[in-house]
Design a protein around this ligand. Structure first.
Ligand code: ADP
Ligand code: ADP
Ligand code: ZN
Length: 215
């Protein structure tokens, strides 16, 4: 199963991708997670990416295209993968097409999660992530059993630097300008299914699974 999960920041891509990786035993490839890892380690790529991420803008295409190209060649992608947060521009989508052709892989589906802007802001301001294992929570919609602590590993839950309201508004604007055109891009290829992402997490998962059965 080779998938792209499309959708604005806060739509639930990461949450849904994690559930799909368990079900299908295929890796989640999140460019956001990979970039945050590089920032944390202070690699040259991380240093370069940080200013774009802090400002709520996109990291240059050539950086993320290179990350994904390398990642897709790892053994664990042999049977499939879920791209979460990539591609985000038409340039990235074109580059992905070339990479997949070179690697002789075909996409099975592109699933786009649709969520209203106000709900996105509420989801992003309440998002918390485990510092140790990366599991995601929401203070209201997916709260941990003990406040501020991860259910899986007991690690501290932290808020991402870019999940402040002013940066969120910038990211949503960037999505509308640069990423939303990918809905039409993939619509033409016949692989796209749009999914109502406004329901609770479990219902959205069911909708994704039935869309995958149909594709
Ligand atoms: P979210 O899940 O909230 O949409 P991500 O974790 O996917 O956020 O991305 C966080 C930030 O990392 C983005 O705002 C952007 O700066 C950078 N980033 C992630 N993926 C890409 C990409 N494909 N192209 C350019 N920048 C990216
Ligand atoms: P994305 O990866 O698209 O930026 P996330 O999966 O990180 O989005 O979800 C953003 C926040 O919203 C998280 O705190 C998550 O727990 C919460 N969330 C995800 N899906 C839903 C949903 N269907 N309803 C309510 N909250 C959700
Ligand atoms: Zn944890």
């Amino acid at each position: 199963m080779k998938l792209i999960l499309l959708g604005p920041p806060g739509a639930g891509k990461g949450t849904q991708a994690k559930m799909l990786t368990e079900r299908f035993r295929i890796p989640q490839i999140s460019t956001g997670d990979i970039l945050r890892g590089a920032v944390k380690e202070g690699t040259p790529m991380g240093v370069k990416a940080k200013s774009y991420m802090d400002a709520g803008g996109l990291v240059p295409d050539e950086v993320v295209v290179g990350i994904v190209r390398e990642r897709l060649q790892k053994d664990d992608c042999a049977t499939g993968f879920i791209l979460d947060g990539f591609p985000r521009t038409v340039g990235q989508a074109d580059a992905l097409k070339g990479t997949l052709q070179d690697l002789d892989k075909d996409l099975d589906a592109v699933l786009a999660l649709e969520v209203d802007a106000e709900a996105l802001v509420e989801r992003l301001t309440g998002r918390r992530t485990c510092r140790e294992c990366g599991q995601g929570f929401h203070v209201k919609f997916d709260p941990p059993a003990e406040e501020g602590k991860c259910d899986s590993c007991g690690g501290d839950l932290i808020q991402r630097d870019d999940d402040q309201e002013s940066t969120i508004r910038k990211r949503l604007h960037v999505y509308d300008e640069q990423t939303a055109p990918l809905i039409a891009y993939y619509g033409e290829g016949g692989l796209l299914t749009c999914i109502d992402g406004m329901q609770e997490i479990g219902s959205v998962q069911e909708k994704l699974l039935s869309a995958l059965q149909a594709s």
